[in-house]
Design a protein around this ligand. Structure first.
Ligand code: TEU
Ligand code: CA
Length: 558
């Protein structure tokens, strides 16, 4: 058992813009986070992970950095940052920063220089190429809609951007880029940061011969996946960052790696690879969604089990993993995987029980601890995400998708669903701000908010607290072996966690209908002590039981 602080901690992700506004401009900020640290501490959180806080013109909410060594104006000053670090460390809490090093903002001075002339010293910091007969270099489409190439008149060449045109990709082949970025990371390490989440880290290396990609059904542009991700050279870059800056294990380094599953994540996190400690994946973002974005789907439990248990059953040598259902790129947990109407409370608790009894580091996405839901009532003008408007051009303006279906699709899939302001109380704008917020507050804030749930012993929030304290006092829930039970069961997710003679049994009905559960033959009912459930169950016979809708139970075996 290789014990580490980042394995035993409870992490909490804050989308800074949406957490707490302290200076009445409608935008969350660092000082607002400091005001809420005691709330987080009380919940049991000891690792804070922040979405990007560096200076940015915010075309993609901080994922477009214009100054790596400064703080975003709306979020505060470098002194606010120092205060945050010291307030965190005073409370024995750690800080993880998001670092966006695949690209910069087009307003970053490096890019401003780079576009000036072909022989500018910064030209090679980015990826430039002449067009083909007045057209882009190849048929690649960017993740955020449109071509992945943008024409620049000054030098009559195109630059590559795999995200928006305001996010030009850095050229990692350039040794100077590597050195600048490593220096910059060191700058933040020296300021007391305890770890990093490296954004889009599996895209650093690209195939610079730029072959066209296949145009998939229903798409406008060529698929560039095999040319811009998980290339061997990318691994060399990550190893170099690890060896130059993070040889010790005091810091945690996490990568965000799309299209990496439990089968091949060891390429990044394997103990012999010397790269990352954990990777965030996208494996369950689509569960619960329909075939087309505008269709509401249902949860396929067999598939969910396959993915989640797949991560659980990896060999220790393949690395550690984060436990999360949602983040700022997905929709809300309870809306996607549970039932945010009839069984809102039950299903949110059931999902939490699974999250906190598995092997890995739990990452709570802000607001999930009170069961915040998708913004079902948003109209087109309520959305803020650049992706929404860029893709509108590709799909609606081109006639591929009707405006009505596009909007339905956004309600099921848009990232803005999980970016609405934190719901603190029932005062106007949910106690997030006294001004107009940068994005609308979810209209259900009077029913769903922190204050109400602090006062209610049976709330989702108090259930989280119980789970967190159980996890912290039982190493088996952190490091124990994971053994799935009744894998073929279509309604119930059940498993054991075992560390020496400490054993736990977890049972979760994943749906809104009652279902039966049979205790495995090698477990005696007399030996099962009920620790937690989302129902008040006086008779908790489990040798043969009928589970309520979304019922979950945590037993200790004695
Ligand atoms: O997201 C990255 C991202 O979505 C892709 O890299 C992903 O690998 C691909 O879509 C796989 O299908 C990160 C941030 O989390 C997101 O908020 C930013 O908008 C994006 O990078 C650009 O920085
Ligand atoms: Ca503010």
């Amino acid at each position: 058992m290789d014990r580490q602080w980042w394995k035993e901690g409870i992490a909490y992700q804050v989308y800074v813009r949406s957490f707490k506004d302290s200076n009445k401009d409608g935008i969350g900020d660092i000082h607002g986070i400091i005001e809420k640290l005691d709330y987080l501490k009380d919940l049991g959180v000891n690792i804070l992970y922040l979405n990007p806080i560096n200076k940015s013109p915010n075309y993609d909410n901080g994922y477009d950095i214009s100054d790596f060594r400064d703080i975003m104006d709306e979020f505060g000053t470098i002194n606010d940052f120092y205060n945050l670090v010291s307030e965190l460390h005073k409370r024995d809490m750690k800080l993880i920063l998001d670092m966006v090093i695949n690209h910069t903002s087009h307003l970053h001075p490096w890019f401003q220089e780079s576009r000036k002339s072909k022989d500018n010293p910064y030209r090679d910091y980015y990826i430039w190429h002449p067009g083909k007969n007045g057209k882009p270099v190849n048929n690649w489409g960017s993740f955020f809609g449109g071509s992945a190439w943008e024409y620049d008149e000054t030098t009559d060449e195109y630059y590559l951007h795999i995200f928006s045109k305001e996010q030009p990709d850095l050229n990692w082949k350039n040794e100077k880029v590597r050195e600048e970025i490593k220096d910059m990371i060191k700058f933040w390490v020296d300021k007391g940061v305890d770890g990093f989440r490296f954004d889009a880290i599996n895209h650093l290396a690209k195939d610079l011969t730029f072959p066209d990609g296949p145009i998939n059904k229903g798409q406008v542009y060529g698929d560039f996946m095999s040319f811009i991700q998980n290339l061997p050279e990318g691994h060399e870059i990550i190893k170099d960052i690890r060896n130059s800056l993070f040889k010790d294990k005091n810091h945690v380094i996490i990568g965000e790696t799309g299209n990496i599953s439990f089968h091949n994540a060891y390429l990044y996190t394997g103990l012999d690879r010397n790269e990352l400690d954990m990777t965030f994946h996208f494996d369950i973002n689509g569960i619960g969604l329909g075939k087309d974005p505008w269709e509401k789907g249902s949860v396929d439990l067999a598939y969910f089990k396959k993915i989640i248990s797949g991560w659980q059953m990896r060999d220790e040598s393949e690395g550690w993993c984060p436990l999360f259902y949602s983040n700022h790129d997905s929709t809300r947990t309870v809306s996607r995987l549970g039932d945010d109407t009839a069984y809102w409370k039950e299903s949110a608790k059931m999902l939490a029980l699974l999250q906190f009894t598995q092997k890995g580091t739990p990452f709570i996405y802000y607001g999930d601890e009170i069961g915040m839901t998708n913004a079902w009532e948003f109209k087109l003008e309520d959305y803020r995400d650049i992706q929404v408007f860029n893709k509108y051009k590709d799909f609606v303006e081109s006639g591929l998708v009707s405006e009505e279906n596009y909007l339905l699709g956004l309600r099921n899939t848009s990232r803005d669903n999980s970016r609405t302001p934190m719901q603190w109380d029932k005062s106007s704008n949910s106690g997030f701000t006294v001004e107009t917020p940068w994005i609308n507050v979810n209209s259900n804030y009077k029913e769903i908010n922190v204050k109400k749930q602090i006062e209610d012993a049976s709330s989702i929030l108090n259930f989280y607290k119980q789970l967190i304290s159980l996890r912290k006092s039982n190493l088996a829930l952190i490091y124990g072996d994971f053994n799935e039970i009744h894998r073929e069961d279509k309604n119930v997710y059940s498993y054991m966690r075992t560390l020496e003679d400490s054993k736990f049994l977890i049972i979760a009905n994943f749906f809104g209908e009652e279902t039966d559960y049979l205790l495995p033959e090698d477990i005696e009912f007399e030996n099962c002590e009920l620790l937690l459930s989302n129902y008040d169950i006086s008779d908790h016979n489990i040798s043969s039981i009928r589970l309520n809708p979304y019922e979950c139970r945590l037993y200790r075996l004695i």
